[in-house]
Design a protein around this ligand. Structure first.
Ligand SMILES: [Mg+2]
Length: 380
């Protein structure tokens, strides 16, 4: 390709590749969601439709980006943990963050009507921002998620108490705030129980603990009602389109992390969602696009508008794409047909469990922090 005299402007671009061999954490956060939730009359203190929509948007992201190992969501935010060895977009920060935020936001709007069934779309476009943070070791990764889940608990206990005082207790918001100032969690629990007949620990776990998205095995045929044939209509390369939602049938979670009794109500919520989705699917939701979209689409994922950039990278691009999808790809088999989503044999499972403390990390989360095979560094 002939070079134009304008090409020098390319030199103004900065190299924003993230340090290798450390965990990349991308957090997406709703902007101005106080206003957004008020405008859309989200129920207080929690709106399960809004939370499930957030979860759906996060699943879309995890479905598309195989290198995300774990995601955690609460309120209007979601955190995505990438594997240490990810080479997605050559670890370019802007591309990684913008892709996650963009996909999350578009999925949030796209699936809006599935959850807020009285409106096709939000009243105005919601905005999410995003950031990438690097964590050098498992210690910080565990503490990061503990921090977010502790935040979920603190906020939810406060909000549950606050709205009980306002909606059931007849206090003004100001008076409720004053009433709660200086109280600790024990005081709030006690107040909820004695004054409002609410056992906080029995509230749905999705409210108290947030949502955890993991890659796990797909249930056997007998559990097929637990499999939501969702997403195929939108995502390219969805040869494996199933996303799994935890249900009573999710024996994996029962075995490794027995849910306390209080989890039951959350499970019910998920089951209802599942039934709804399965019914939708049975009614013949159009999945034809699924077949029409070959995996080759994904090879364009590194595309941007810069053709020079493209030209420079074109030689190694095929290999990169494949490595992004399958880190164990054999570079000598370049001419073979590309494997279709090898890692997608595992479905994305959603649950509302404790990720604070070692129990999760030694149980269901164990593989997340398991040592990875060393990858060969590409020479530039
Ligand atoms: Mg926010």
């Amino acid at each position: 390709m002939a070079k134009s005299k304008y090409e020098y402007v390319k030199e103004f671009e900065t190299d924003d590749r993230l340090l290798r061999n450390v965990y990349i954490l991308v957090r997406v956060d709703g902007k101005g969601f106080h206003k957004f939730s008020a405008a859309h009359q989200f129920t207080k203190p929690n709106d399960v439709r809004a939370l499930n929509l957030m979860n759906h948007a996060a699943r879309s992201v995890m479905h598309e980006l195989d290198d995300i190992l774990l995601a955690f969501g609460e309120s209007d935010e979601y955190s995505f943990l990438f594997r240490k060895s990810t080479d997605l977009y050559q670890r370019r920060e802007a591309k990684i963050v913008s892709t996650v935020v963009s996909l999350f936001t578009s999925a949030y709007v796209y699936y809006w009507g599935d959850y807020f069934t009285d409106s096709k779309r939000p009243l105005y476009p919601p905005v999410f921002d995003g950031r990438a943070v690097l964590y050098p070791s498992e210690v910080e990764v565990k503490d990061y998620f503990a921090w977010r889940q502790a935040d979920t608990h603190i906020n939810n206990l406060f909000n549950t108490s606050f709205w009980a005082l306002v909606e059931k207790g007849g206090l003004t918001p100001k008076a409720a705030e004053i009433r709660l100032s200086g109280t600790d969690s024990k005081d709030k629990n006690e107040m909820l129980f004695t004054e409002f007949n609410t056992n906080y620990s029995k509230l749905p776990a999705i409210f108290r603990k947030g949502s955890v998205l993991l890659r796990e095995g797909v249930p056997k045929d007998s559990d097929k009602d637990a499999v939501i044939p969702t997403l195929p209509e939108t995502l390219p390369g969805s040869t494996f389109a199933n996303v799994v939602v935890a249900t009573e049938a999710d024996s994996v979670s029962d075995k490794v992390s027995p849910a306390p009794e209080s989890e039951t109500s959350t499970t019910t919520i998920d089951s209802e969602t599942v039934k709804l989705k399965v019914e939708e699917a049975k009614k013949g939701r159009d999945t034809s696009n699924d077949k029409k979209r070959p995996n080759e689409d994904d090879d364009n994922e590194d595309d941007d508008d810069n053709s020079d950039d493209e030209a420079k990278e074109s030689q190694s691009k095929d290999t990169e794409s494949r490595n992004d999808r399958n880190e164990n790809a054999n570079s000598s088999s370049e001419k073979k047909e590309k494997p279709a989503f090898k890692r997608m044999k595992k479905g994305v499972v959603i649950d509302h469990i404790d990720i604070i403390g070692e129990k999760f990390w030694t149980g269901r989360g164990a593989y997340i922090l398991a040592p990875e095979k060393k990858k060969k560094m590409r020479s530039k």
